[in-house]
Design a protein around this ligand. Structure first.
Ligand code: AMP
Ligand code: ZN
Length: 119
């Protein structure tokens, strides 16, 4: 069922504290933790605690939770001091776009120059 934890999901295991992570911010509905393979000085993943496979699944199934993820993304950017000059929020969506973990997550990238368009 939408939002229910998945036993085979790495990020559900992080939510359940079965896999360790460096958590930088947490609310009742969202957790933010450092990416294990950082691509920028700041590289944090923001996830809903409930399981949705991608951004559209989340927006369709739980729009208030999608807003929570974006709000926490902004809070993480502020606490990491990357709000100025700016940072990137990325939702890789689908294997062809580089999504490898099918529990929706926002990548927060900052602290270096960010090229546009991304590769
Ligand atoms: P994506 O490729 O967009 O699905 O992003 C998945 C991200 O999860 C990658 O940037 C990985 O480096 C990151 N990742 C994988 N395993 C872990 C982990 N145990 N803790 C933190 N980040 C992870
Ligand atoms: Zn999950």
């Amino acid at each position: 069922m939408a939002g229910e934890p998945r036993v085979d999901c790495l990020f559900c295991k992080i939510v359940a504290n079965e896999v360790p992570a460096t958590v930088v911010r947490e609310t009742d509905t969202v957790v933010a933790f450092r990416d294990i393979n950082p691509q920028a000085p700041t590289h944090v993943l923001v996830i809903p605690k409930a399981h949705y496979r991608d951004a559209l699944d989340l927006a369709a199934g739980a729009p208030e939770l999608a807003a929570d993820v974006l709000r926490v993304a902004g809070e993480v950017a502020a606490q990491e001091s990357v709000t100025d000059p700016g940072y990137r929020i990325v939702f890789n969506t689908g294997a062809g776009a580089g999504q490898t973990v099918f529990h929706v997550h926002a990548h927060i990238l900052g602290g270096r120059g960010l090229e546009w368009p991304p590769g």
